[in-house]
Design a protein around this ligand. Structure first.
Ligand SMILES: [Zn+2]
Ligand SMILES: [Zn+2]
Length: 113
């Protein structure tokens, strides 16, 4: 966790022009990561920039650790935390479906509205 040197806001990693930089959520100040951190993050951060839309599309199984988590109960093991992401199903006219994956047992399910 890193904080903005300017306004002390929380800084989040984002991908810009192929490099991971820290961006302040409050004032938008950017800060470059040192190379060691950059390498570590590169393997975990999906290609898309989830901060801009708040929508995460899961492409690869590897991306799972970069997904946001939410408190929801798993039906399989009663763990109360799961990763979630949105996926466009069938036609583009339909709203994307929200999927959950249990952080403990890996059980995946979709949310029906
Ligand atoms: Zn700031
Ligand atoms: Zn579970």
């Amino acid at each position: 966790m890193q904080f903005c040197p300017k306004c002390k806001g929380l800084m989040e990693p984002q991908k810009k022009k192929g490099r991971v930089v820290l961006v302040c959520r409050k004032c938008g100040k950017t800060k470059r990561l040192d190379d060691e951190n950059n390498l570590k993050l590169k393997n975990k951060t999906p290609e898309k920039e989830p901060m801009e839309t708040d929508v995460v599309v899961l492409d690869k199984e590897n991306d799972i650790k970069a997904l946001p988590k939410t408190r929801i109960q798993c039906r399989e093991c009663e763990n109360d935390e799961a990763y979630w992401w949105l996926q466009q199903t069938r036609s583009v006219d339909e709203a994307p479906t929200r999927f959950f994956k249990c952080t403990k047992c890996g059980h995946t399910w979709r949310q029906y509205d």
